[in-house]
Design a protein around this ligand. Structure first.
Ligand code: FE2
Ligand code: FE2
Length: 188
């Protein structure tokens, strides 16, 4: 007897990424030096993938159900997060101010995620066709293809891995373009 595994839909995928994001915040908080820097870069890549998919696929779909005000508030928080991440990157993990600023950033991102989980995702789940929610997960995968969210095994010598550890705004631009291309390739 074979078991058919149901494909993860976009909401399940984003919820599991919220857990990964929390775990990465903890890793940054609990490490130092190169390990802290690596964890911060991994968090940047994951947030770029996650927020780009939400910005272009999830929030537009939620607009009719959750209302403009809810969606605009989430988009504004995502823009602020992007700028905070860029400032933290410029500051560097070894800066004496990093931990304080990073703690503020963590609180903002986790509160943003909670709003999504309470105000947006439940409505999206009830109002959207389940097959469409599965198809929408493709947006997250398209972003992951250009911004891997797990460290590359040869990250040390790999030029691609070095490139994706670059400035957050460049990573966000790349993932946004990948999601946009993916969206344009879809029929609905
Ligand atoms: Fe978000
Ligand atoms: Fe989110």
């Amino acid at each position: 007897m074979t078991t058919v595994q149901k494909e993860q839909d976009v909401i399940e995928l984003l919820l599991s990424q919220h857990q990964q994001i929390k775990a990465l915040f903890t890793r940054v908080n609990q490490s130092t030096g190169d390990q802290k820097r690596d964890a911060f870069h991994e968090l940047t890549r994951l947030l770029a993938v996650h927020e780009s998919a939400e910005e272009q696929v999830v929030h537009p779909a939620a607009r009719d159900d959750a209302g403009d005000a809810v969606v605009e508030a989430r988009l504004e928080e995502e823009n602020m997060a992007k700028r905070a991440l860029a400032a933290l990157y410029d500051m560097g993990v070894d800066s004496p101010d990093f931990d304080t600023r990073f703690a503020e950033f963590e609180a903002a991102v986790l509160s943003h995620a909670l709003h999504e989980e309470q105000e947006e995702f439940p409505l999206l789940r009830t109002k959207t066709d389940p097959d469409r929610l599965v198809r929408m997960a493709g947006a997250v995968r398209a972003a992951e293809a250009v911004s891997p969210t797990r460290p590359h095994p040869n990250a040390g010598e790999n030029p691609v891995a070095n490139l994706i550890a670059g400035p957050p705004l460049a990573i966000f631009d790349k993932t946004r373009d990948a999601v946009r291309d993916w969206r344009q390739s879809q029929k609905d």
